[in-house]
Design a protein around this ligand. Sequence first.
Ligand code: PMP
Length: 516
Amino acid sequence: MDELAERYLGRALSAWGLDVEYVRAEGDLMYLADDDGGQPAVTDFVGGFGSLFFGHNHPELVAHARSLLDAGTPSHAQLSQRTEAQRVASALNAITRRELDAGEPYEVVFANSGAEAVEAAMKHAELARVFRLGALTGELAERARAARAQVRSGEAALSPAAVELAGPGGDIDAVLEEAGRRNAEALGRAPEFFALEGGFHGKLVGSLQLTHNPTFRLPFQALGARARFVPADQPEDVLKYVEAEQPYVLDIVAEDGVVEVRRLAVPFVAGFVVEPIQGEGGINELTAQQAERISDVCRAVRCPLIVDEIQTGAGRTGSFFASSRIGLTGDYYTLAKSIGGGLAKTSMLLVRQSSYVKEFELLHSSTYAKDSFSCAVTEKVLEMLERDDGAAYRQAAERGTRLRRALEEVRAEFPDVVRRVRGRGLLLGFEFADQSASGSPMIRNYARSGFFGFAVSGFLLRKYGLRLMPTGSAPNTLRIQPSYAIDDAAIDRLAAGLHDICAVLRHQDALQLVHP
Ligand code: PMP
């Protein structure tokens, strides 16, 4: 058969020894088909890149999905009442009430993928800004009309600033014309988003511009939204930028018999997007202090704080929202990945009720979004997370602690090879020291080409039956995000494999990394 589905990616996987095909999966295990009809097992620490909090094909979720299909659930029924969606929204709000400090409900908009939820957030934020601009334009026009009327009736005269704006011999009409020209320019300033260095928010045309990694982003820069990146420990850079760039409209107001020219700031910052723990950026946790400073910046520039919990949310870090652990409360939240239980491709945007623009509901939709099947699966996921007073969250935290201890032990033995272990709960990163100056040309090449993590993953798969992958934008960091049921034996196997690869790297035994 001709291979026409991403054939080149297949070749790259093959070069790293990762070109295997899984034929079955359950929990944290995936099975390969071997030539003798056997099915050797691989332990999966990639966890669907964060979508498998409950593991592969969790029996309760599978049974629920089956029952939905057996019952003939009308899945594609856009523009009809969806009780499942209402129940999901209300279950999510019970969680936001418990974990977050919003003091009000969140409205929920459904989408299909993580990137789409981020784009829905971007569109909603922009719509809110456009409505603010509309209100501002209306106020300016009203005050301009009043000023003109007062000048014409002799109740008011132009101030020196207004005379200057009008130009030589200019009257109130000239003032308003010039102000209108300048205002159109200021109001037309393209919106900008802020995001954190190292952040990842998707690869669609809009969301990609919030994803820091230049390899992904730059080829498509001309297509998308405008974003600026700031370091997590210097969010106040935003304030400096806004101060330098702030556009103003001229507000022509008649007051006490004088027509004055006032300056009003035009809101041009559409939103500030953050992950409480950067996943693809290499598992970097935001601190409570950084979170507070980011919130302050958003308040100062009056833009929504958009918290991307696509990878961190739905239990992975030991609570539903990772942001709740650092006191971060977003105006918007995005959820995807594990919220679909590993069976449904679904995502959600949550918007604080007082910031919600109801017109958005007519402006964002998709054939597939909010389908009853996905909503009903999500409902089950939420029920499984919340039952027994949150036993699943506690289990994730406990398993995470056990896993982290094992990783730290390897690091303690190989401080020359392992740079850091990072993360929280079941979202952990194992970072190798940079090998780009390695004495081994092969290891050096892997490191310099950015594929080091894949070479290491290939070794762990072939020799230990362990499925690992590097994070999307930090190639020296392995992502470790198994399900909440990962057992001690699997963790010990991981530790043994990591121990071995560390020894290989310490001894620069490059041949071990070659896939025959
Ligand atoms: N945001 C974050 C934080 C993510 O980790 C990802 C995916 N890795 C996305 C957005 C994009 O999600 P999707 O791949 O479903 O488009």
